[in-house]
Design a protein around this ligand. Structure first.
Ligand SMILES: [Cu+2]
Length: 165
């Protein structure tokens, strides 16, 4: 029910921003721009390795707005929970730990990529198989909820000590 209500909201939101754009075709720095400040580029998730119950998710978050935004949390019907993580150097070893949120600076971007910031899917309900899509809902401080499909790929870079991350 909650999801359905959100879909309706998203639809009316899109319709509104389309109206604004057609009413102000020649102006660029207007309310229409504020409608969708954060854009997602290349959302993908890693193939889950050999029966692992976790998998990593990656995306570039670009903020075209004048205000910083923040990725607060994420969720997916494919995982019991999704956390935002970072990798930190602990001597010669890279470890990961949860972060409370991920800042996306005004007119800047946050890159979630192997070896750095990432989403972590926990207790996935089925293995992540190459070329399938995993629906994810991202919750932003200003932008609100954004839904995206993460395409599952085998990792180009292997993380050494970080199997599955
Ligand atoms: Cu992680």
């Amino acid at each position: 029910m909650k999801r359905f209500a959100f879909m309706l909201t998203a639809c009316s939101f899109l319709a509104l921003s389309a109206c604004e754009q057609s009413a102000q075709t020649q102006t660029t720095e207007t309310a229409a721009v504020e409608a969708a400040n954060v854009t997602l580029t290349d959302p993908w998730a890693a193939v889950s390795a050999g029966g692992a119950s976790v998998a990593g998710g990656y995306v570039t978050l670009r903020n075209e707005g004048d205000q910083a935004d923040r990725l607060l949390s994420a969720s997916s019907p494919r995982a019991a929970r999704v956390e935002t993580h970072e990798m930190i150097a602990d001597g010669a070893v890279m470890r990961m730990r949860p972060v409370a949120g991920i800042e996306i600076p005004a007119h800047g971007e946050a890159v979630l990529a192997p070896g750095g910031l990432h989403l972590m899917f926990f207790d996935i309900n089925a293995p992540f198989v190459e070329d399938e899509t995993v629906p994810v809902t991202l919750q932003f401080e200003n932008q609100g909820e954004v839904e995206a499909n993460f395409v599952v790929r085998s990792r180009a870079i292997t993380g050494g000590a970080h199997e599955g991350h």
